[in-house]
Design a protein around this ligand. Sequence first.
Ligand code: BGC
Length: 763
Amino acid sequence: MKNYIKHHEWQIIEEGFDPHLHRVSESLFSIGNGRMGQRANFEEEYSGEMHQGSYVAGVYYPDKTRVGWWKNGYPEYFAKVLNAPNWIGIRVQINGQSLDLAKCKVENFRRVLDMKQGVLHRTFVATLPDGKRVAVDASRFCSMHNGEIGAIRYAITPLNFSAAATLVLDVDADVVNKDSNYDEKFWNEVSQQADSSLVMVTAETRKTLFHVTTGMTWQLEQGGKKMDVSPKVISRNKYAGHELAVSLRENEPLVIVKYAAVLSSENHPKATLEQAARQQLEGARAQGFDNLLKAHAAVWAHKWEECDITIDGDVAAQQGIRFNIFQLMQTYTGDDERLNIGPKGFTGEKYGGSTYWDTEAYCLPFYLGTSDPKVARNLLVYRYKHLQRAIENAGKLGFTNGAALYPMVTMNGEECHNEWEITFEEIHRNGAIAYAIFDYIRYTGDEAYLAEYGLEVLIGISRFWAQRVNWSADRKKFVMLGVTGPNEYENNVNNNWYTNTIAVWTLGYTLYAIDYVKRNHGGNFNLIKTKVHLQDDELKQWDRIASNMYFPEDKQRGVFLQQDGFLDKELLTVNDLKREDRPLNQKWSWDRILRSCFIKQADVLQGLYFFEENFDRDTIKRNFDFYEPMTVHESSLSPCVHVILASVLGYKEKAYEMYLRTARLDLDDYNNDTEDGCHITSMAGTWMSLVKGFGGMRVRNGQLHFHPYLPDQWQSYSFRLEFRGRVVKVNVAKSGTRVVLESGQPLEVVLNGQSVPLAVASS
Ligand code: BGC
């Protein structure tokens, strides 16, 4: 755990330069706009420890996998979101010395991420080896207004000298992924363009053949006046830049504005990429930094109006929640159904930037509550578009008749994960995809989604479950053998309660959906029925399975068992662990972890969270009291589910402890891994913790319900929800809760069990 980020309501602040923290800060101070993103690398050269990272949404590389023992059904590759051409470079040479913070004395270093405007600022004073001192003031952003544009304003002021200097402003496509399995480079050059106003490099990803054109142009100002400097073009393979000879004058800022355009063949025909990039660059330069920034900041202002959460009385908590919202909003903007949310977003390489069940189970509620419904819908359509691949994926494992198994990890619908106990067995992910359809419809009321896209996905998933279970003659029940539940510290178990529960729920929901579509969208139903060859016998079988499934439980304790045989374990609690045992996944052998009772993340409790309404409070309490003490929360996805259930049970202290853990997970580097990137998907869990946990928000029968409480540590908090064309604001304070309709048609909400009619106040 670290504690170097200064607390501030709207800013993430680092003061003083500690090279040991630089990689953590590079993750924390990342910026993006849904189309591209960028770790907080320095513009100038830096020869110290760092992790260069620029990312372009949807552009990936199928890296050949490494496995010890190949198993049938393994994917051939692991998709990686690529470290993309670097557009931020501004290299400064003074008197033959490079401005390189690893080689200079650094003072007054300050790095600030302004979340309100979405801008990264950095200031410092550096003393070069020969004693020359320069002050630098740099700002940059990836435009939320124009997703293909990034801009940097870099002011350099000599403090004790005047001298000639050389600047190199460049685009570098000769980049590597740190996680490359075979130390390969993933880009080839296609072409370059350079003239006195701009340079562009078009690079192609090997194998996947995406083209990305990255270009840059610039403006210079000195003493408040525009400067004309004729650049020397520098060019080598995969690299192009402008070298500028300038004179630095004591105490006079030289301001470099660098505009970058990053365009991919995902959004433009390859043949017109360069032309489009040129237009973008010329447009950006014509608008200028300030106007670009204004348009960018206006988008953020609008976003914050829709989704801000305020917390009074606890700046650390306020900063935490805004940081989580900020990162989510700059990772996925929801206007492109081909994109999704990687667990690290644009902040690092880990997890390959691919899609996990995290999206459906954790991120969807955030986008439902904070954005236009089309954003969440696009996340669902993404999976609809991958249905055929999910059917092929199941086919590779021997499933037939249109059974669909969605991948554990994917970029384009194909499975990328290759550890048998997860790839083949962590199949509960399929249930989360079905649940997300239900969750979306419950929130938005858009039941027609079933007829359009949802039903086909549900049928594919139900077919999978129906083939994945088997009849146990011994138990006279259906059972599901050889699975891994959400708790990945158990593998290859039989009858994971959560997986059995979500499988049975899916079968039931699919039967409901079939009936609904048949009755309300008969035409669509007939088309789907014919398309997927749906047979009445199948439906009867699904019903039989749903009514005769086996669920492990311990009647004496009144708890569901995580899996068969769970009670054979030595039942310890986390308090029995020594400090030096944690985190278990770094300190213990896998064998020891598997035999222990310790739980990585919510498993039975994940089921109680999803299907809370099917269980009474005592059941939730018994299970929470049994499982939470064994849970080490070594997945970032774990604490939020515990906040929500602890809140249901009135365990306020526990809820708050878990809340802090999720809200400041990265800012305080709880798991000592933020240098790999931020935990973007679990950030949505922070939002859920506050809105569903403390705020007690639920949607029941098409109505918003709230059952809020105020953590003792806070004076008040407020959040906004987009709900069926309205914006509802909830304020929870010591004096009570106020629910206000800010826009949209009147509606009735339920507050602490009482109906409250709401209408927009007339001004
Ligand atoms: C968790 C998974 C999750 C993945 C990506 C793992 O540590 O156990 O549930 O999908 O991380 O966030």
